[in-house]
Design a protein around this ligand. Structure first.
Ligand code: CMX
Length: 132
């Protein structure tokens, strides 16, 4: 069971420029910026109700966000669903035939345990599941 949409990840060419839109024009509050070296990104969190927008700037053009921005110029990158027990959820999804990018959780921004499902088996939408 998914508890809620934890966040929507949006890939951007640069955080400074993106914050001019999301913070200064749209009026969201930026609650922090964090470097997530393992994922080759720098992220900014902007809460919206019980969920968040996660702006993602690549720190390496060969990383997942770097490649995405190079190809598409940015945009909605992934949806993240919050779960209570990520290991159990990964096991269930695998049994149901969903292709996993991560068989085991990794650590993402804010110390969350995260794992990605492959967009080829989720209708072209990159889905992350996360446990906090
Ligand atoms: N959403 C949907 N499709 C995507 C995608 C995304 N975010 N990123 C890549 N793809 C698609 C590409 O469009 C491409 O499709 P086609 O084959 O139809 O052209 C295909 O995936 C392969 O793209 P690629 O550029 O060659 O990239 P890779 O195969 O090397 O990697 C993926 C794709 C999804 C496996 C990789 O990006 C990945 O492992 N992602 C999970 C990790 C991640 O995204 N981390 C960043 C966020 C971290 C965080 O939130 O903390």
């Amino acid at each position: 069971m998914f508890e809620k949409i934890d966040h929507v990840g949006i890939a951007v060419a640069g955080l400074d420029e993106a914050l001019k839109l999301f913070r200064d024009q749209l009026g969201l509050e930026c609650k922090g910026i964090e470097l997530v070296e393992e994922q080759k990104v720098k992220v900014a969190f902007l809460p919206v109700g019980e969920s968040k927008i996660e702006l993602l700037e690549a720190t390496d053009p060969e990383g997942p966000v770097g490649k995405f921005v190079e190809k598409k110029g940015g945009g909605v990158h992934h949806l993240s669903f919050r779960v209570k027990n990520i290991e159990e959820k990964l096991k269930q999804l695998k049994e149901k035939g969903v292709a996993l990018i991560d068989e085991k959780p990794r650590y993402g921004a804010g110390g969350a345990k995260i794992a990605f499902l492959h967009p080829k088996s989720t209708g072209g939408v990159l889905i992350e599941i996360c446990e906090r």
